[in-house]
Design a protein around this ligand. Sequence first.
Ligand code: KG4
Ligand code: ZN
Length: 335
Amino acid sequence: MPEIALLAIESSCDDTSAAVCINGQIVSNLIANQKVHEQYGGVVPEMASREHTKNIVPVATEALKKANISWQDLNAIAFTRGPGLMGSLLVGGIFAKSLAQALQIPLIDVHHMQAHVLAHFIDEPKPKFPFLCLTVSGGHTQIVLVKDYLDMQIIGTTIDDAAGEAFDKTAKMLELPYPGGPLIDKYAQLGNYKRFKFSEPQIDGLNFSFSGLKTNVLYFLQKEIKQNPNFIQENLNDICASVQHTIVHILMKKLTQAAQQTGIKEIAIAGGVSANSGLRTALQQLGEQNNWNTYIPQFQYCTDNAGMIAITAYHKYLKQEFCALDIPIKARLEF
Ligand code: KG4
Ligand code: ZN
């Protein structure tokens, strides 16, 4: 069988990443994290695009070097078309288009959220179709019914904030630096989740809502700090454990409902929040109780990475699904 060598670029938010996939195996996956946003408490879009411009050539060059191949060995170039920050997407998109043009090879557009789901096809064990994937990131919270590699349907979504936002906004209220999700996870492991009770939304069907929880945490902290200005410092671990437990419970409740409704027992999680230790443990426990086969990506493939773009592109390559060089980049993009 001839070799299929692909270079994939991911630049939808604040990480610049490049990966090489050879015959469906990820042989390199490099990520340049942008530290510049920490001091601002969130991603500054203009700065993100400037950083991508600086990082993209060295990251892509290094990905090829690590894979031990040259530009001429590539059969196609893949990139994240959307959704994401427009300026960030444009840097990766223009770079990929220019490479495809210069090397005279096909271009493959990839949907960022589909790629989070297909990160499950990088390593073993791989889920069997059809499966359900709870995709939880900084911008999205979705339950996806995955019928085939490129045939997916969103059966539940958030009507306001994403789960990652709930983590990051809580962290901001606790005066933790951005991105706060991993820090909440770290402190939660030392705390008592039963200490504080937070409200859970009553939303019909498989949709989610996290804005009520955010307001609940804000009012709770304001009230407690009035009585004790050191309330956060003295109770940080328990606050983190209690908020994390609430978020995980909201997510697991709807995922269980989706499994019951569809009768599917192949259950996966993906996206940045799937790196959360509370969520990973909860899924494993629920899986044992309900007789599900559960799938959790390796840490490096949970948060944004080009490996997931490359594996998606590989399945598009097998179907010869290429795109035109003038395909528009989209900040908002449906499946
Ligand atoms: O998928 P991702 O890297 O980027 C987007 O597509 O948005 O997800 C980033 C989100 C952020 O909200 C970050 O705080 C959250 O994932 N996150 C976590 C953890 N690691 C990353 N949230 C909770 N616990 C973690 N360990
Ligand atoms: Zn993402």
